[in-house]
Design a protein around this ligand. Structure first.
Ligand code: ADP
Length: 472
């Protein structure tokens, strides 16, 4: 019972049922209006036809009376109501005192008294037509009266049975038609609504399956129509994006766990060592120093992660002021020249003669250039070259940092800007895989981008483009 009630509730709350019901009500009401209009106009036309018949008939009888007299008229009355016809029509000729002078067979009309309103005030040539009830019959009678010469009154009555029967059969046809259209309409309406809603149901089912933990599910695209297709596609696109984000989150979490675990294990090992070698003060001091170094590395790693997250989300406020790119590059070269020389690498710059202004955060941009220069020197061997080129391109300031180093493999290339990603070969070098992510976040926050081209063993070129201030 409980189940039946909940099914009933669900049925009446479903869009399919409501749509079907709405269409049926609309269909029912419009059919009813059409039927009422047809019925009214048909009954009016039928009455008009009856009236025309009565008028023609009474004119004919009057002529006959005028030309051939009462005897002929009596004969005609008799002829007109032969057989079955006597049940549906009657003819009368009355004296001014309403005495019957001639009539058709009045046997079937015994109970009928044609008392017409305005009967007495009729003037010669006048006629009145009225509908009167016929006792003992459900069909009314249409009666015409006409005052003819000598104050005599001609009267003809006609049962409206034929009209009623026509209207009755029209009502029947409409009734059956309505019933079958209603049943068919309910069925078709239900099927059409159900089909249209099938797409929505598929989205719901997919959402339920995803809720159960299967993020790889997608909504199959059906043929219900553009709107449903667009809904399914938008839903699938959203899922693709969520899946990417979840995978990214998983990878970053794994990397964080890994990158934190190694230094923490090292710190623990050193602390253990210190505990067991308490006498050797000198070794303990060295280990304490190493522990501090590891901790600093960890803090810097965590700070960089936070910085990337904040720059990406727009939380980190960049202090943007008019900044000369050339100044940023000069300072970076000054900072990295010693390291390049130490490694036997030539660091050169090709710069324009005049200042190249952009609206940016100088410190943040210095970090970007420093990260790229640091990588270029780190991944280039002795005797190699690192060149920084700055140029202007329409509304952009372009900074190119190219090296003749080891280059990046085509497998690594699409991933190097991901957080914690480090090329296979670079695992042995110092770094945490966050430098390029941070650089890209900062450049994007300035409305710019970083592109890279590279070929293994020949070197790489990183190109930073930044929208620059128009010089006016
Ligand atoms: P890290 O330098 O700390 O490893 P980055 O995010 O700066 O992290 O760089 C990610 C990876 O991209 C590096 O591990 C390296 O494999 C590759 N890479 C970046 N710059 C260069 C370059 N100039 N030459 C070759 N490989 C590079």
């Amino acid at each position: 019972m409980q189940r039946f009630i909940s099914f009933k509730n669900r049925l009446f709350r479903s869009v399919t049922t409501r749509l079907t019901f709405f269409h049926l009500v609309l269909f029912g009401l419009s059919s009813l209006v059409v039927f009422v209009l047809i019925h009214l106009s048909l009954s009016y036309t039928l009455l008009e036809l009856t009236d025309k018949y009565l008028r023609d008939e009474i004119k004919e009888e009057e002529n006959l009376f005028n030309v051939s007299g009462i005897k002929k008229l009596q004969q005609e009355f008799f002829n007109e109501s032969l057989g079955e016809k006597r049940f549906s029509v009657f003819y009368l000729l009355l004296s001014p005192q309403k005495k019957i002078l001639a009539s058709s067979d009045l046997q079937p009309w015994k109970s009928f008294s044609p008392i017409l309103q305005g009967f007495d005030s009729l003037k010669e040539g006048d006629e009145i037509i009225q509908t009167l009830p016929r006792p003992g019959s459900k069909h009314k009678v249409r009666v015409i009266n006409k005052k003819i010469q000598g104050g005599l009154i001609l009267e003809i009555g006609k049962s409206l049975k034929d009209n009623d029967e026509i209207l009755e059969s029209v009502r029947k046809i409409f009734g059956y038609g309505f019933l079958s259209m209603f049943t068919l309409g309910t069925l078709l309406g239900w099927i059409i609504s159900k089909r249209a809603m099938a797409g929505v149901e598929r989205v719901t089912n997919t959402a339920i399956q995803i809720d159960r933990g299967d993020l790889s599910r997608r909504v199959p695209i059906g043929k219900e129509g553009e709107e449903i297709k667009a809904l399914a596609q938008a839903f699938n696109n959203m899922l693709d994006r969520i899946q990417l984000l979840v995978e990214d989150l998983e990878r970053v979490t794994n990397n964080i766990a890994h990158d934190l675990r190694s230094p923490l294990t090292r710190i623990r090992g050193m602390a253990e060592n210190m505990l067991t070698n308490r006498e050797d003060i000198h070794a303990s001091q060295e280990m304490a120093g190493a522990i501090i170094e590891e901790c600093d590395r960890l803090v810097s790693l965590i700070n960089t992660m936070l910085e990337i997250a904040q720059t990406d989300s727009g939380l980190a406020r960049l202090t943007r002021t008019p900044t000369d790119i050339l100044e940023v590059i000069h300072e970076a070269i000054e900072l990295f020249q010693p390291a390049a020389e130490d490694k036997g690498i030539t660091l050169t710059a090709r710069l324009p003669k005049t200042a190249l202004m952009i609206h940016g955060d100088k410190t943040a941009l210095q970090r970007v250039v420093a990260n790229l220069l640091d990588n270029a020197i780190k991944f280039t061997d002795k005797g190699g070259k690192v060149v920084i080129t700055v140029k202007e391109d329409s509304m952009k300031a372009i900074i190119e940092i190219s090296d003749t180093g080891e280059g990046i493999s085509s497998e690594d290339l699409p991933h190097i800007f991901e957080r914690f990603y480090r090329g296979d070969k670079s695992r042995s070098t110092q770094g945490n895989g966050l430098g390029l992510s941070l650089a890209l976040s900062i450049v994007r926050a300035h409305g710019g981008n970083i592109d890279v081209t590279s070929s293994p063993n020949r070197g790489s070129t990183f190109t930073i483009s930044l929208p620059h201030e128009p010089t006016n």
